[in-house]
Design a protein around this ligand. Sequence first.
Ligand SMILES: C[C@@](CO)(OP(=O)(O)O)[C@H](O)COP(=O)(O)OP(=O)(O)OC[C@H]1O[C@@H](n2ccc(N)nc2=O)[C@H](O)[C@@H]1O
Ligand SMILES: Nc1ncnc2c1ncn2[C@@H]1O[C@H](COP(=O)(O)OP(=O)(O)O)[C@@H](O)[C@H]1O
Length: 283
Amino acid sequence: MIEDAPAKVNLHLHVTGRRADGYHRLDSLVVFAGASDSLRVGPGEGVTLGLGGPEGGALAAEPDNLVLRAARRLAEAAGRPLPGAALHLEKRLPVASGIGGGSADAAAALRALDRFWGLGLGAARLEGIALGLGADVPVCLASRPALMGGVGEVLSPAPRLPAFGMVLANPRVALPTPAVFAGRQGAFSPPASLPASWPDAASLAEGLRGLRNDLEPPAIALCPPVAAVLDALDALPGTLLARMSGSGATCFALFRDAAAAARAAALLPAAWWRWGGAARTGD
Ligand SMILES: C[C@@](CO)(OP(=O)(O)O)[C@H](O)COP(=O)(O)OP(=O)(O)OC[C@H]1O[C@@H](n2ccc(N)nc2=O)[C@H](O)[C@@H]1O
Ligand SMILES: Nc1ncnc2c1ncn2[C@@H]1O[C@H](COP(=O)(O)OP(=O)(O)O)[C@@H](O)[C@H]1O
């Protein structure tokens, strides 16, 4: 059984407030990219995790790995002894990079193990477990375009999206999410007002131009290469819009189609992590 764990991209990210516990209220249009990790599940002795893939070296298969944490939470929710499971994570997404790779892995583990163990916990219980693992895990559970509110747990359908291409680029600097939120200054933003649909990639980019990622300024302050990545994306042939995703340091650019995005990605510095292809818009 192989489960795909696609990268999450925040097309806009407005920080709209802060809860008493320090977590921030967000308003974000989230889509998923063709870039992904993959998680293999098979029979085993106990629950074990193996790591591979080009980014696997950045992680340890320690008990705090989000895949193993997800497995433990699911087993607790099942409330009965379960057979062993051998998990193998093929890691292709850079770690701690604002595209929710760890959250996508945790969500993939919940989906795959719920099926592997025949638990049938249902969407509501899985969402509850997901939120306990991280603010981004609920949106990754469905891996479909969504409007994200609350601290990440309020999900509503996204506007109807056109097909479009996307480039992702990361300067290979890990940026810890708490530090970026802590560096945010100034007033909170209102939630975005979005139309019911965009007819094509150019109008989507135009609509997003009036919105922003409020975490971009603190991310650039902590990690100046983010500004260079944004400049490089802006300068690519065919870029419609370039922004940072999540708390960074990965930035994205929108393109008319997947082929234009793939061609453009190849022009970025080879020292960066880069990807170009189709956004998963659900059509
Ligand atoms: C910023 C976002 C936007 O999609 O993306 P990433 O940069 O992580 O990809 C997410 O909200 C991140 O979600 P996730 O990475 O799961 O966050 P968590 O593990 O729950 O929280 C890590 C830390 O980030 C801060 N945090 C996170 C979410 C939130 N709504 N408010 C916060 O203030 C808190 O300091 C928290 O301790
Ligand atoms: N399977 C995993 N993949 C990625 N990161 C993981 C994983 N398990 C635990 N982590 C930890 O979770 C943190 C967040 O990782 P990630 O989801 O990749 O970044 P972000 O939230 O910035 O998009 C990292 O500090 C990393 O060490």
